[in-house]
Design a protein around this ligand. Structure first.
Ligand code: G3P
Length: 214
């Protein structure tokens, strides 16, 4: 399973890119609004830092608007993936854009049926939301697993981006469930390096090394 970072913050992207663990970026209108910047400007800057797929989301709600916006976002850089919400208009837009060779990521996936429909419309990626399902007491990891089984059974090439990741535990669980990618917020990535036994081990090695020098 590959790792993307789920942010529009340039400092976070630069830092995570230096760690060498991420190979793509996802953004959404909430994350872009948090930065108070223009979506195209942000996406262009991200593409100059990370060498991998970068999802930029459309804001229109009708198919025609999504198609126009999608073409404009895709024209920013060859790495751009147009993120489109799961709905009838969204899949109509995915169908048109995919035939033009534009990559799409269908977001806000909460059922296996939604994932299958998105894949059949031509989506390059689907994004099941793990954390938001758990927020309503449903099983987000099970959703990822079910989508993975369906895609494997029918040799569907659409990649699964596990989204709405809230903990390091989610990362391991999504990998085991068969996600192709997990898109992870910076804070969760940071936490994923840590374990109390790792810190204690480093401290002990340091002490022993200092002792050896005396
Ligand atoms: O990018 C979409 C998704 O990852 C959002 O996560 O934490 O707002 O549910 P969250």
């Amino acid at each position: 399973m590959k790792l993307f970072i789920d942010t529009a913050n340039m400092q976070e992207i630069e830092t995570a890119n230096k760690w060498g663990v991420i190979c793509g970026v996802t953004t959404n209108p909430t994350l872009i609004a948090r930065e108070g910047r223009d979506v195209k400007e942000v996406i262009k800057e991200i593409a100059s830092i990370v060498d991998g797929p970068i999802s930029g989301e459309v804001n229109s709600l009708d198919a025609e608007g999504m198609i126009t916006e999608g073409r404009a976002i895709a024209s920013i850089h060859p790495q751009i993936v147009v993120k489109i919400p799961m709905c009838q208009a969204g899949l109509e837009a995915v169908s048109v854009l995919s035939k033009e060779g534009i990559k799409t990521n269908v977001t806000l996936i909460f059922t296996p049926a939604q994932a299958l429909l998105a894949a059949r419309a031509g989506a390059s990626f689907v994004s099941p939301f793990v954390g938001r399902l758990e927020d309503i007491d449903s099983n987000g990891i099970q959703l990822v697993e079910q989508v993975a089984v369906i895609f494997q059974s029918f040799q569907i090439k659409t990649e699964i981006i596990a989204a709405s990741i809230r903990s390091p535990q989610h990362i391991g669980e999504c990998a085991l469930a068969g996600a192709d990618i997990a898109t992870v917020p910076f804070k969760v990535l940071e936490k994923s390096f840590e374990h109390p036994l790792t810190s204690a081990g480093i401290e002990q090695f340091k002490k022993d090394f200092e002792g050896m020098k005396k």
